[in-house]
Design a protein around this ligand. Sequence first.
Ligand code: ADP
Length: 273
Amino acid sequence: MEDNYRWVLDKGVPRFDANGNFLGFIGAAVDINDQKVLERKKDEFLNVASHELKTPLTSVNAYVQLIEERFEEDKVEGDVKNYISKASRSLGKLNQLISDLLDVSRLEADKVRIDFHKLNFDQLIRNTVDNFMPTTDHTIVVKGKTDKFVTGDEPRLEQVILNFLSNAVKFSPIDKEIIVALNTDDQSVWVEVQDQGIGIDKNKMHKIFDRFYQVDEANHTGGIGLGLYISKEIIQRHWGDIFIDSEGVNKGTTIGFRLDALEQKVSIRTFLF
Ligand code: ADP
């Protein structure tokens, strides 16, 4: 007979007689095979779609950049220049979406490479904030310092901070300051991005790091609910903790991560080998 394996969700409790002898389990096994097959197909689709979209997008990116440069050189003004700069902005958003989808596929397949290096924590955070600043009209203030080093993947940690910052900007009014706070104790360092925006309902907080989760799907802000999932996965791959807190709706949000600090005397070589 051909083997036929199926996915089931099994839950049971043990039963004992009056003398404590084990009699067996009472429970239920729910057949979730169809659901599992669909999930796998969805993951495969995401993987193929994001890879296939990436290639033509790379070429469109390059051409739009060339046109922008040419316009700059020829000092072109007016409508056409305006159209190209709008196209370029939309392209930036498309790039972000597709790279998030690609990241999710890679994370699911456990194919994300984390390149560990010794990093100056304060510099990492300050540089990332400096690079982000020109893209927003919000005021962002960095407070505190740790004077510590961590071991981590610089672009990946930058990606996490950028995600926190772009959420803080998306979900808070323009006149409310965003604070990036650096903290340390003996063994660890942590960074918090604090905004004074729409906050998060306490009852929804436990889902916030789930794939595709958005608190208010109707309130379109240009994302698809992947940023925090990717951030959580990246921080976990650094053996760190990611945390989020909000006093509730309209009370602002604080989000951050904590990493082990490297002892000053220890070089990255001794740490890794
Ligand atoms: P996206 O921002 O693309 O929707 P994320 O995974 O980054 O996806 O965030 C998931 C959801 O968490 C957001 O849609 C939003 O509902 C909520 N959220 C994240 N950051 C904040 C914040 N700073 N203030 C309020 N809500 C937030």
